[in-house]
Design a protein around this ligand. Structure first.
Ligand code: 13P
Ligand code: SF4
Length: 385
């Protein structure tokens, strides 16, 4: 019997993930560079390549536009001159581009297996169960009283289109690591409580900086009945944090910061808000990948930085962006986002040459109904800043 299980990515995309043809393997770096540059030049303005800050060097050097998740969402919504958006990032980013693109555009993710383990930690059925159980435990999920909802869902952009659509339907909004504070402020103006998913750490770090005490935050575990909480805990909470995390950023630890400070007492530490609260509190600065780049870049020459984010970005800071500073990774072994890494120059070449001969490989197509509601949640975010 021939059983084919589709991954969530495949279900939400056109067709199946197409593996890289053998003829695109074992090409030399020089040949890859020359052919990618050639295909890009021939495609010209018909194709725009977007690249996330933590994408590998061999790929990012071909990006027309580089940014963090917020900047790339805006780029996807505004680069309407191109017919094709080739997204060198991970699946949720390409989905967001497909939701925000102009009608004539098509979005390609060079390898559909380039996912995000954090986004995978919140499935649509888990969120539906959560919503139902919250209602059963007395949380007002849709009703508005005295002009305020009981609960506003906020999803980090690192989530599937289906999660964004659920959030859009229920009056909620998307956030990124750049605008999380403004978005949570927006949500608390409209509701008594926030359900923040899928990253508990971004939610906790942001709310803590906003002055919300830790005892007003609870963690909703989707693998437990009723999230592992009781009605009294829910009643007292202002922030419900989905039990999800980034497997890359949670590898950074306070002992690593202590070791760095011992070696470099004058050194500074900058961490991404997907790191744990203790790491963010022990750091000097915290912010999105874009914030990290700007902070290190604008510091005085000679400043010594330990950076708690993905290794490709740290290496680029060290070698290209801020060569007049000393930049080290906080984790001596370096933290790699192995899914982002799946977008190789070979994949990029294959999809670009495919576009040249009229074949779309690994197109991302979010179903229309999902797109409609997910766009509402994304547009609410883009309207804020
Ligand atoms: P930024 O929006 O800060 O780029 O973060 C996205 C991400 O997935 C980093 O892990
Ligand atoms: Fe997802 Fe973490 Fe990779 Fe960012 S670094 S794409 S949150 S797994």
């Amino acid at each position: 019997m021939d059983i084919k299980l589709l991954t969530d990515y495949e279900k939400q995309s056109i067709g199946e993930r197409q593996p890289l043809p053998e003829r695109y393997l074992r090409l030399s770096d020089d040949e890859l560079d020359a052919r990618i540059a050639g295909a890009k030049a021939t495609l010209g303005k018909r194709c725009v390549i977007l690249g996330h800050h933590i994408q590998r060097d061999e790929v990012i050097k071909f990006a027309d536009f580089i940014g963090d998740s917020l900047k790339l969402s805006r780029a996807a919504a505004s680069r309407t001159e191109a017919d094709y958006i080739v997204f060198c990032g991970v699946h949720f980013m390409a989905e967001s581009a497909d939701i925000l693109r102009a009608p004539h555009q098509k979005v390609v993710l060079p390898d559909l297996a380039a996912g995000c383990s954090m986004a995978d930690m919140a499935a649509e059925d888990q969120l539906e169960i959560c919503w139902r159980e919250l209602e059963q435990m007395g949380v007002r999920t849709d009703a508005v009283e005295n002009g305020k909802a009981g609960l506003i869902p906020v999803t980090y952009i690192n989530s599937s289109a289906a999660i964004k659509a659920f959030v859009g339907v229920h009056g909620g909004i998307v956030c990124t690591s750049t605008n999380a504070r403004a978005i949570m402020t927006w949500a608390w103006e409209r509701g008594d409580k926030i359900l923040m998913l899928p990253d508990q750490h971004l939610g906790r770090n942001t709310a803590f900086k906003m002055g919300v005490p830790l005892d007003e935050m609870v963690v909703w575990d989707p693998n437990e009945m009723y999230g592992g909480l009781d009605a009294a805990q829910l009643k007292a909470a202002r922030l419900l944090l989905w039990k999800g995390h980034c497997s890359v950023h949670t590898r950074f630890t306070v002992p690593q910061i202590e070791a760095f400070r011992k070696k470099y007492p004058e050194g500074r530490v900058v961490a991404h808000p997907e790191c744990t609260l203790d790491v963010v509190r022990a750091s000097d600065e915290s912010g999105s990948t874009e914030y990290i780049i700007n902070t290190v870049k604008s510091s005085p020459p000679g400043t010594i930085w330990a950076v708690a984010t993905e290794i490709h970005l740290v290496n680029r800071l060290m070698n290209e962006v801020a060569p007049d500073k000393t930049v080290v990774t906080l984790d001596p072994f370096g933290c790699l986002c192995s899914t982002m890494f799946r977008v190789s120059p070979n994949h990029l070449l294959w999809v670009l040459e495919g576009l040249l001969d009229g074949t779309l490989h690994n197109q991302i197509v979010v179903p229309d109904e999902t797109k409609r509601w997910a766009k509402l949640a994304l547009d609410r975010m883009l309207d804020i800043q």
